[in-house]
Ligand binder design. Structure first.
Ligand SMILES: Nc1ncnc2c1ncn2[C@@H]1O[C@H](COP(=O)(O)OP(=O)(O)O)[C@@H](O)[C@H]1O
Ligand SMILES: [Mg+2]
Length: 302
């Protein structure tokens, strides 16, 4: 008993006394030994809980600092470009910068500012999703309209890189009850990735089909650089990107897929990626059949 209390005083709570189950030892003393053991166990449990809480708090702080470092890095690059080019223009003597250079510099400033705005918009969305305050407004949406909108949003990039986009949607009257902004955001992110991580003149297929049990599956398939299998889960986390030598010059912040994952979860949809490294990637979004709208207000009837 004395040894036990000494151990506890030293901070070792993983100690249990042998209870003297012997007629010569008074019952009160046995009780005391038993209670000592219960107490030592409770203290050990409490200390273990404390240790775990401290570890979780430390991991959270580390994660937050990493997040802030990434944030700072993402904002620094375009800001440096904006500051650099604007100070060149400001300090240039009259007539020393010709019209085409002036336009080029202003173009860089505009591009960096719009990159920053896109990044901040993504960040705000991700934050709203994480805090559970993202507002959804459900309405009937023709799937084909969402796809067309997404194609139109990328028209310039599609033409510039001569990408051939094929849309396969057997039923153009197919509608779902969904939040239009989220639906567009999901498709735009997936198609944007398919374009960015594919070589010029390659083909992208956007395919809508009825899958298992009447669910609707929308897939975006590219013939791009692909994703190593062991990194598919990781790239769904904010700021995570594949360090691929073929994508060194591809601009991105690593927020797109984390937004897609969160939005699809919020809508009750499923999202997954299949990829063959070096050959291409397919992103699948599955919409449960319960969210299919009836066809009574179809476009042809309207
Ligand atoms: N279709 C794709 N083909 C190849 N790699 C992809 C594809 N989609 C996503 N990735 C990889 O996943 C990472 C995360 O994607 P995302 O969150 O959209 O970020 P971003 O597009 O800003 O880089 C990308 O940086 C890229 O490495
Ligand atoms: Mg992206």
């Amino acid at each position: 008993m004395i040894l036990g209390t000494r151990e506890v005083a030293r901070g070792n709570n993983n100690i249990q006394l042998d209870v003297d189950d012997n007629w010569r030892v008074p019952r009160e003393f046995q009780d005391l030994q038993e209670r000592f053991n219960v107490m030592a166990k409770a203290v050990a449990r409490y200390q273990e809980e404390e240790r775990r809480n401290r570890e979780t708090a430390e991991a959270e702080t580390r994660h937050k600092m990493e997040y802030l470092a990434n944030l700072g890095h993402e904002l620094k690059t375009p800001l440096n470009s904006i500051l650099g080019f604007s100070s060149v223009l400001k300090q240039a003597k009259p007539g020393s910068v010709n019209e085409s250079d002036r336009k080029e510099f202003l173009g860089h400033i505009e591009k960096s500012a719009s990159h920053m705005l896109g990044f901040i918009n993504d960040l705000v969305d991700l934050n709203r999703l994480e805090m559970g305050i993202h507002q959804l407004q459900f309405e009937d949406i023709f799937i084909i309209d969402a796809i067309r909108f997404c194609q139109a949003s990328h028209r310039k990039e599609i033409e510039r890189r001569q990408i051939d986009i094929r849309v396969m949607c057997p039923d153009r009257e197919m509608k779902v009850k969904a939040d239009e902004r989220s639906f567009n955001q999901i498709l735009i992110n997936l198609v944007s990735n398919a374009i960015k991580y594919s070589p010029e003149k390659s083909q992208i297929d956007i395919c809508v089909r009825s899958g298992a049990g009447g669910n609707i599956e929308i897939s975006v398939r590219d013939q791009g650089i692909g994703i190593p299998e062991d990194q598919i889960d990781e790239i769904m986390l904010p700021f995570k990107r594949v360090n691929d030598p073929n994508a060194r010059d591809v601009q991105g912040t690593g927020l797109g897929l984390s937004i897609v994952l969160k939005l699809t979860r919020l809508l009750g949809w499923e999202f997954r990626i299949e990829s063959e490294y070096g050959f291409g990637t397919t992103a699948f979004v599955t919409i449960p059949k319960e969210q299919l709208s009836s066809n009574e207000n179809s476009r042809s009837a309207a």
